[in-house]
Design a protein around this ligand. Structure first.
Ligand code: ADP
Length: 513
């Protein structure tokens, strides 16, 4: 099975969040089942240098305002990668894939990810060399425009007028390739990692994006008077999946649908959820190179040395008996960091400690920093993105707090389970699907793996933190839950099988050409 995976980030080459972990790990897990995946990624600065055996495969002249090229290479882990090299789009000083250092989106993000999607569509149609995938897997809005280019290339243009607005003048005539009604199109899958990111842009950008009028209407990419890249994927992909079954159910409701619930309900038959796995070669406390004292469910006592080392590193009181909670997260209201700030007194009351690693909203960063200044031996706040420290925190902390208001899947609670760092989570999305609350019955039956709270507010979070502190005081009971958490299967095995079945079904149900 040949698959093209189109993504704005991919671990270990470039990562801002969980999407990168999935895009990097899933193809490797599927590789063991005979699926050959090539990952298409923007050629950000520094990415090519991390690849082995790179060579220029195809020239891409006149790619959205400049010349580009398709470069092939392989990651050290053996993943085949295709880079869209286009210095005019991707070579930037500082910043990340989506934003400059000042936190503002790159002003040409529509072109940066439009080009990624356009090149993806050409590959999908077999127009860039001999290779053609049987399935194209699109990750989030930066890749979702691929579906519009495929639609424009392979379906007859619609005759009816868009219901809400006229397409921009001249857009159709700028189409890069003429519609080819006979072109064979691979199966298409859109994975929605986070519905909050929708790729919404003004309609007058359709022309520079070479989007024909036929894809711009109400039954196309039109989204509340603008254009949404994500909507192209939701509208036209053969199947849409989210990264947990609960999130798939939540996003068809007006409360959690973020404006997409109506369309998602219409596509309900083609919408499912598959919980992400974690990459066991990267996240395993027995082999983790960032961890000073390796441990496992059988050698749990070795975890204590990591806690002491982390307390020293972060300037906290070195105390075995103080429960140490950590947070590794974007610092945003989605992630419930404001709730955590309100609930912190519950930790002080129990003599607990808190270590935060993350970056995000200025106000939340400042409030956390103030908290750390007031309680330097009890609270530590590290602003920034630090992969090795995130491993040391998972290994050293007793518990990890994930108080998200919504959470498509969430990865840090899965790492927490694997590291015996018990998750304290909001009962929502993938958090609800992956953590079993340590209530009386679950403790008695030996199935508990963490703590859940609902409704999602500071009061209930404080109650959950308090429950965690109480259980922590009972060493044997805590260790039983730790062992249970650590032996739960959170690797890619189950998820990769589910993706394999889905890929197979989608490929088999494409009409013959
Ligand atoms: P999201 O993708 O919504 O940000 P996830 O829980 O799905 O949230 O994934 C977050 C990923 O990013 C995890 O791998 C987590 O360890 C990592 N991460 C988040 N913030 C940081 C940080 N400041 N430093 C290092 N890793 C981080």
């Amino acid at each position: 099975m040949n698959v093209l995976s189109i993504t704005p980030e991919c671990y270990p080459l470039v990562k801002t969040g969980g999407l990168a972990d999935v895009a990097g790990a899933l193809p490797l897990a599927l590789g063991a089942m005979g699926v050959q995946t090539r990952v298409l990624l923007p050629g950000y600065p520094g990415v090519r240098e991390q690849l082995l055996d790179t060579h220029r495969a195809t020239a891409l002249p006149g790619l959205f305002g400049g010349d580009g090229a398709l470069v092939e290479g392989t990651t050290a882990g053996g993943l085949p990668v295709l880079l869209v090299e286009a210095p005019h789009l991707y070579d930037r000083d500082g910043g990340g894939p989506y934003q400059a250092d000042d936190g503002r989106d790159w002003p040409d993000n529509h072109l940066r990810f439009g080009a990624l999607s356009w090149v993806g569509a050409q590959l999908a149609l077999g127009r860039l060399g001999k290779w053609q995938p049987e399935l194209v897997h699109l990750h989030d809005w930066p890749a979702a425009l691929t579906a519009a280019y495929l639609q424009a290339a392979t379906r007859p243009p619609r005759t009816q007028q868009p219901r809400t607005q006229q397409p921009p003048r001249g857009a159709a005539s700028t189409a890069a390739s003429p519609p080819n009604r006979g072109a064979s199109r691979p199966a298409t899958l859109l994975t929605v990692h986070n519905l909050a990111f929708q790729g919404v842009f003004p309609t007058d950008l359709a022309a520079p994006l070479k989007l024909p009028a036929a894809v711009l209407g109400y039954d196309g990419m039109e989204y509340w008077g603008k254009l949404s890249f994500l909507k192209a994927g939701v509208q036209w992909c053969d199947h849409i999946n989210t990264v947990s079954p609960t999130y798939a159910r939540e996003i068809v409701t007006p409360e959690q649908g973020m404006g997409f619930d109506g369309l998602l309900r219409l596509r309900g038959d083609a919408l499912t959820g598959i919980v992400n796995g974690i990459d066991d070669t990267v996240w395993n406390p027995a082999t983790d190179l960032h961890v000073a004292s390796p441990y496992s469910a059988r050698r749990l006592e070795a975890k204590a040395a990591n806690k002491a080392a982390l307390q020293v590193e972060l300037g906290l009181h070195v105390r075995v008996d103080a429960p140490l909670f950590c947070v590794v997260s974007r610092l945003t209201t989605q992630k419930g960091i404001d709730l955590l700030l309100d609930a912190i007194p519950a930790l002080y009351a129990r003599g607990a400690q808190l270590a935060v690693l993350g970056s995000g909203d200025r106000d939340l960063q400042d409030a956390l920093r103030r908290e750390a200044e007031r309680h330097p031996r009890q609270v530590s706040v590290t602003i920034g993105f630090d992969e090795p420290l995130s491993h040391r925190m998972q290994a050293g902390a007793d518990a990890i707090v994930v108080p998200s208001r919504f959470e498509p899947c969430g990865l840090t609670q899965l790492y927490g389970l694997r590291y015996g760092t018990l998750p304290v989570v909001a009962r929502v999305g993938g958090l609800a699907d992956t953590v079993i609350d340590a209530n009386e019955a679950a403790l008695r039956d030996g199935v508990a793996t963490g703590f859940q709270f609902s409704p999602i507010d500071a009061t209930q979070l404080a109650v959950a933190l308090d429950r965690a502190c109480l259980l922590f005081a009972d060493r044997l009971a805590w260790q039983r839950v730790q062992r249970r958490a650590m032996t739960r299967d959170v690797g890619w095995g189950t998820a990769a099988l589910a993706y394999f079945d889905l890929y197979r079904r989608l490929i088999d149900s494409r009409p013959p050409t």
